[in-house]
Design a protein around this ligand. Sequence first.
Ligand code: CAA
Length: 258
Amino acid sequence: MNAPMVKTEVRGRVALITLDRPKALNALNNALIDELGEALRKFDSDENIGAIVLTGSDKAFAAGADIGAMQDWNYIDVYKQDYLGGNWEALMRTRKPVIAAVAGYALGGGCELAMQCDFIIAADNARFGQPEIKLGVIPGFGGTQRLPRAIGKAKAMDLILTGRMMDAEEAERAGLVARVVPVERLLDEALEAAETIASYSLPSVLMAKECVNTAYEGALAETLMFERRNFHALFATEDQKEGMKAFVEKRKPNFKHR
Ligand code: CAA
């Protein structure tokens, strides 16, 4: 049996879920995502839990979807498995509040995972970005939809089209992040916020979350599917193969624009 990539712990009425795949900077593969989905479902249905904190390491919340795993996939591979559906969307089905405690890299699917949480508390060393364009693809896990809602069209276009990263301070100014704290305070700050939430009446907490999401999400379900299918379509290009292989081979991609 493989070592778990997701660790869980209960502290009073708060559940802590830690992504733990350090050698790959918590790159998200299907196995990790299945473990995460299982943990979320367990805590969401546990009457003794009132709030959840999702975190990574000091170096990386998550550096994105696993590029090595994706590099050889073609359009039909990703379409048939509906890649980035299923357990990848477990956070969207979690009714209890989930706080993302983000230190280090939150890139690509890592940034998208953090944005699926109810709010983000960032360490001062956090770096956010959607660098998929450098791989010959686009964000496929909500980035093109949630980022503009969170930080506005101009900055979202800037990040998604250039692939640049933004630091914690810029992310807070832009509205992506609720609070920035020194990295050594991150977990305590997130756990304290979660404890506060968990001390309130659960029905009112659940309804508050649902109502805010209603205001925020609008037609999100359809637009997310539009994004996902376009992400899938890019696996029919030569440039997706080249972009992902170049990352794995630690070289610059040579895009042919087809
Ligand atoms: N997938 C697979 N492996 C990854 C990874 C990823 N997304 N990100 C990092 N790793 C691996 C590296 O391959 C490396 O492994 P080895 O030691 O075996 O070579 C290890 O993690 C450490 O990474 P680096 O040596 O690159 O560390 P660094 O400190 O020099 O750079 C980084 C850190 C800037 C985050 C760099 O790793 C990086 O650019 N990662 C990729 C970021 C990215 O492109 N994310 C988007 C992925 S696509 C996606 O997420 C699609 C979607 O919408 C869901």
